[in-house]
Design a protein around this ligand. Structure first.
Ligand code: FES
Length: 130
């Protein structure tokens, strides 16, 4: 049983921003075929900022804590700032993750990134209009 930081336990027991945004501007899904865990991030964008971020995670405790932390870190950030959220910065904010659980933080950062890419490509398809 890996040893988790208090912060990980706290986010796992009481995850923030769980749910789905029905009219999301961007959706990003990421999974790990080895452990079978899945994460989906939903974002709402306003004036180039992440106005709202929600997630649904089917996964281990670390994956849930990571999703919660990523959603908190991303909310209110500009798209450029949010794209700089890395698995390492998420793990740091969670006061560390056990080595064999580090891939869980990859999932979180990648799912958020995919949601932002989804938003950007939709925007491009619409010719840059909101
Ligand atoms: Fe795979 Fe946590 S064990 S995401």
């Amino acid at each position: 049983m890996p040893v988790y930081s208090e912060k990980v336990m706290e986010h796992f027991m009481n995850p923030r921003n769980v749910g789905e945004i029905e009219d999301a501007d961007g959706v990003g899904e990421e999974g790990n075929p080895v452990c079978g865990d899945m994460m989906t991030f939903y974002i709402k964008v306003k004036d180039n900022r992440l106005d709202d971020v929600k997630f649904k995670t089917f996964g281990c405790g670390a994956a849930i804590a990571v999703s919660s932390m990523v959603s908190e870190m991303a909310k209110g950030k500009t798209l450029e700032e949010a794209m700089k959220i890395t698995p390492r910065s998420v793990a740091n904010e969670l006061e560390g993750l056990p080595k064999n659980k580090f891939h869980c933080s990859n999932l979180g950062a990648q799912a958020l990134n995919k949601a932002i890419q989804d938003y950007l490509s939709k925007k491009k398809a619409k010719g840059g209009k909101e």
